[in-house]
Ligand binder design. Sequence first.
Ligand code: GAP
Length: 594
Amino acid sequence: MSDDPQADAGEAEPTSEKLVELAKRRGYFFQSSGAYGGVGGFYTFGPQGAALKGNVEDAWRDRFAVAEGNMEIDAPTIMPEPVFEASGHLDGFDDMLVECPECGESHRADHVVEDNTEYEDAESLPIPEVEEVIAEYELVCPNCGAGLAGQAVETFNLMFATNIGPGDSDPGYMRPETAQGIFVEFPRLKEYARNQLPFGVTQIGRAYRNEISPRRSIIRTREFTQAELEYFIDPEEDEPDLDAVEDVEVTLYPASEQNADDGEEVRMTIGEAVGEGVITSPWVAYFLGVAKPWYEAVGVDMDRFRFRQHLSGERAHYAADCWDAESEIDGNWIEMAGFAYRSDYDLSKHAEHSGDRFTVFRQYDEPKTVERATVDPDMSYLGPEFGGDAQAVVDELEALAARDREAFEGDTVEIDLEGESHEVPVEKTGFAVEEQTEAGEHITPHVIEPSFGVDRLVYTVLHHAYREDEVSGEDRTFLELEPEVAPTFVGVFPLQTDDELEAEAQAIAAELREAGLSVTYDESGNIGRRYRRQDEVGTPFCVTVDFESIEQEDGGVTVRERDSTDQKRLPIDDLAETLSAIRAGDLEFEDLEE
Ligand code: GAP
């Protein structure tokens, strides 16, 4: 039965404004430090939001760490400067900033251009061109309307800087991505993986970016949570299990379609996308195939979901190819995750800067006999000839022999010492080509990185779950959240104020909690208002205890389903078991016999 036979699950158009208001009112999220006027780009997740976010993180962990057999770590959020020198963030992690000459507010210049012209990817334009576009289109300050033409566009590094310990001799930075905490520990992590590729390391944690103009509530903030997987492979030997995902249907928006005049999204299976070369990396394809059903399971609307390939100018400094998971929010596409092929960029950079070993030994099936060119220079010649530079000459000769044997074919060999060319007689170099037997070689693994933004996913899940309908002649707002992620699974109420009803309802709530369900107990306000409250926070079921429940031997309780508002009378004895089975997806409410 329904508490209104006329209940109509209408599809009223949800808006971000309504959602943000609901989020604040019901304890999902709100701007932090409100007592001090609030601070841009920082949000607090309230009780409902923290529970939803925690459930999303648990679901991510189950799928991308546990089910994939990957390791999870938890690294510090502050890291020393050399890490970011090596990773390229110190030099390259910049946005374009333009400051208003009137009100002094700073804006992202590429966003000002994109929001007010036909340019869709202004981030990839060189700075002088962005300045020209601002002047040509007479773009104005989004805050006060003053003209921005003629204002210098500057680069602004997004990392938050700090000092490690007293003084400023040891600068550090809040990590702008959790990934670096994994990469720098590779020499130790590979030991935990018994030096066997492929292996994956995950991390769920905070990342910090001093965004020039944080906007759209938790979609662009200065402190946010990422769930990242760094998957290390041998690019020549390892292949993903594409059979496991080949039938997954995806909506793709490849770069070629974005560049074409009449380009559009294409629907195909992962198997077809790899076969037809739409996705060139089978590893990226594999993770898109894993991610799509996962997104669906946590409540992203698949009609408002796609994977979009980065255009060449859009890719991060480390990425060889990248696809974003995007969701549609009020007609705009937002990036929820990036799936990047980072090649050996990060491990090579950290090896170069730290001097540590970021390689894995690849054992050959059979030992190989290889020819190696070696030198054994005559120091009694090099010493007097080159003095203090003699060792540098030896290093140069060794490097040259390894890369260019033909250089030793004449009477003399030419080497370069700090830009100056020198000749060394070949007979003094001890050059020889020898046969050596080798069991394997040291290789630098390549990295595939699925990088999820948890906050944007939480926002999408709420937005896509937002519904409005009418029940018993009254407007109702409810969140059609998936039971797996809903902050509360069941609300338990006594029908009215009464000691016995309240005691029984409390006992039922305790029993349901003991069964592992997330329960809220509510005895305030009339029953209709309590239903609406739970509808608005997305609680899938409500249980009401009435006099029949306590006066008869297992008189049962009324269980109401959020989406249909259907109600059924179910026995108290089996309640925990029944609701647990529904939570686990083993039972449907509509199939229950009264
Ligand atoms: N390690 C790769 C990396 O950090 P990214 O595309 O810069 O890649 C990954 O970030 C995800 O983090 C994005 O897809 C987005 O969901 C989230 N994210 C990035 N910047 C954010 C911000 N300022 N506010 C909220 N989420 C953000």
